[in-house]
Design a binder for this molecule. Structure first.
Ligand code: ADP
Ligand code: MG
Length: 533
């Protein structure tokens, strides 16, 4: 098969790199990536202004957003970004942490390789360190009470918005989480978000139940309270337009008329069927004709039309109703149940609110501009993710670097018991995990190394809960200060970062494009800054 020009060029400029050289390049890519996000770590981290292809701007303090927006083609960088995306999906937080730790693990591995330690040994040592650290987390963790859960949600939002807003969204996230908690499970997809541009973000509110920015099809229709039965129609109640073939010569005006009559009859028959099966509330994807509206109104069937498919799906789940294509063929079994239906004005917009067995909650997000609004929605989603995790598993770890320092102390003791070169790898892993307190300190304007030494010394005397006060640089108890993080975040960050680092260490020979411009300039520039704390 003939190769295209493009393929030809790529293959020609591709060179086979192997062993050390490949690893060096990969480590460099990882370090570049970490350099791009490290300065956002922690509540004193900087915001990044991102500009995408269309010239849209986005201000964020979120590591994964930075990485996902950057056009990164580098295969190793992609692996690390994918680890941070997994972190985001699984734990909703800790994405920057994952990237920073992973890069630091690779950098330390590179130092060992240069001293003659084989990557396979390092990979094995890293695996051991990961196992040991994960089991140590149990010793460091505490069981959370309700106040501590709230603090942990606030910690996860720290630095993303202003303090007041972080508190407000944390409260809403916890409330939403409590609404959807059922049988020990809290599924964040049961919280719907409606974006309302305009107004102050402080006016963001939570509604218990499923809310849609909709009004019933006619004000004369009675707003019935409920409980009752709901039918969800994946269609509408509209007359079809006559579609005679153009060839057909319509000789009599009566033909069109007859067609209309038949259609009206069919519409009314469909509505009769709804009455028969006992439908109180009708929701349609498409429109409802005037005469159908009249009939529905007469029968006291409250109706909403032109509801988006995704909302129909939510309604169907909330009420346990089937999506039916044809009102005429709907049966009793297709009906779902609702508890209450009402309409309310929120931010000047009418909202239809439905309470049902499984109707969850709805956030009405407000923000002066689209950008602010998006940030509010993103923060709420993060907070909600953390709230759900903590309602399911109320186990917390001390934040502000405390957990990483506590792990580092344990790992160094453990390393002494491991014979051979793996010991060096375990120490390198411990160094890497301690990059978090170092970076937190550096981003707050303190010396990273001094801060780490202070934390380690204080923990040796006072225990695992000592972390960094970013205002004065002192080592303090973080539990009483309410800087807390869900167990799941640290667990996932540790395993995600280690696994990505190990797979990168195992790539010992790659096909490599000579052209090295796969990392965006902004990211490249930060290479120099890395490790200079
Ligand atoms: P990530 O993307 O990894 O979640 P963040 O920018 O959210 O990164 O920073 C999280 C880190 O900030 C955690 O290590 C957390 O313990 C720390 N942190 C959060 N709030 C505080 C605080 N008030 N003081 C010190 N550290 C904090
Ligand atoms: Mg975070």
């Amino acid at each position: 098969m003939a190769r295209s020009m493009a393929e030809e060029t790529i293959l020609e400029s591709t060179e086979r790199t192997s062993g050390r050289e490949a690893l060096r390049k990969n480590v460099q890519a990882a370090i570049a990536l970490a350099g791009a996000v490290r300065s956002t770590l922690g509540p004193k981290g900087l915001d990044k202004l991102l500009v995408d292809d269309q010239g849209q701007t986005l201000v964020t303090n979120d590591g994964v957003t930075v990485l996902e927006t950057a056009k990164v083609e580098h295969p190793v960088a992609k692996m690390i970004i994918s680890a941070s995306s997994t972190q985001d999906k699984v734990a909703r937080d800790g994405t920057t942490t994952t990237v920073v730790i992973c890069a630091e693990m690779l950098r330390n591995a590179w130092q060992l390789v240069r001293q003659g330690v084989h990557p396979t040994i390092i990979a094995r040592g890293y695996g051991e360190a990961e196992k040991f650290a994960l089991s140590s987390l149990d010793e460091i963790s505490i069981k959370a009470n309700n106040d501590q859960i709230k603090s942990a949600i606030e910690t996860s939002l720290a630095g993303k918005l202003d303090k007041g807003m972080e508190k407000h969204l944390s409260n809403l996230a916890l409330q939403a989480g409590e609404v959807i908690l059922s049988k020990g499970r809290a599924d964040p997809t049961r919280v719907k978000v409606i974006k309302q541009t305009g107004g102050n973000m402080q006016d963001t509110t939570l509604i218990t139940g499923l809310a849609l920015a909709k009004s019933r099809i006619h004000p004369e229709m009675k707003e019935r309270g409920g409980p009752g039965s709901i039918l969800i129609l994946d269609g509408g109640l509209e007359r079809r337009k006559p579609q005679f073939e153009s060839k057909l010569n319509i000789t009599s005006a009566g033909m069109v008329d007859a067609f209309r009559k038949a259609e009206s009859k069919s519409l009314l028959a469909q509505i009769e069927n709804l009455v028969e099966i006992g439908c109180d509330l009708l929701v349609c994807k498409e429109g409802v004709d005037e005469e159908a509206r009249q009939a529905l109104s007469n029968h006291g069937i409250l109706t909403y039309r032109r509801v988006e498919k995704k909302d129909l799906d939510l309604l169907s789940r909330a009420c346990g109703a089937n999506l039916v294509p044809d009102a005429g063929r709907a049966t009793k079994e297709d009906l779902g149940a609702f508890i209450k239906t009402r309409e309310e004005l929120r931010g000047g917009v009418n909202h239809w609110i439905l309470d049902a067995e499984d109707s969850g909650a709805t956030l009405i997000a407000r923000g002066s501009t689209e950008i602010v609004l998006d940030e509010v929605v993103r923060c709420f989603a993060d907070g909600l993710g953390v709230a759900c995790q903590l309602l399911e598993e109320p186990i917390l770890l001390p934040g502000a670097g405390a957990t990483q320092v506590a792990l580092g102390r344990r790992l160094r003791r453990y390393a002494e018991t491991v014979p051979g070169r793996e010991q060096l790898a375990i120490e390198a892993w411990a160094d890497a995990i301690e990059s978090i307190p170092r970076a937190l300190a550096a981003n707050a304007g303190f010396d990273g190394i001094d801060s780490l030494l202070k934390l380690t010394a204080t923990q040796n005397e006072s225990g695992d809960n000592i972390g960094l006060d970013l205002d004065d640089g002192d080592a303090k108890d973080t539990i009483s200060r309410g800087i807390l993080e869900p167990m799941k975040i640290s667990r996932q960050a540790i395993s995600g970062a280690t696994e990505a680092a190990i797979s990168i260490l195992r790539i010992d020979d790659v096909l490599w494009a000579q052209m090295d411009a796969q990392i965006p300039d902004e990211v490249q520039e930060s290479i120099q800054g890395f490790g200079a704390e």
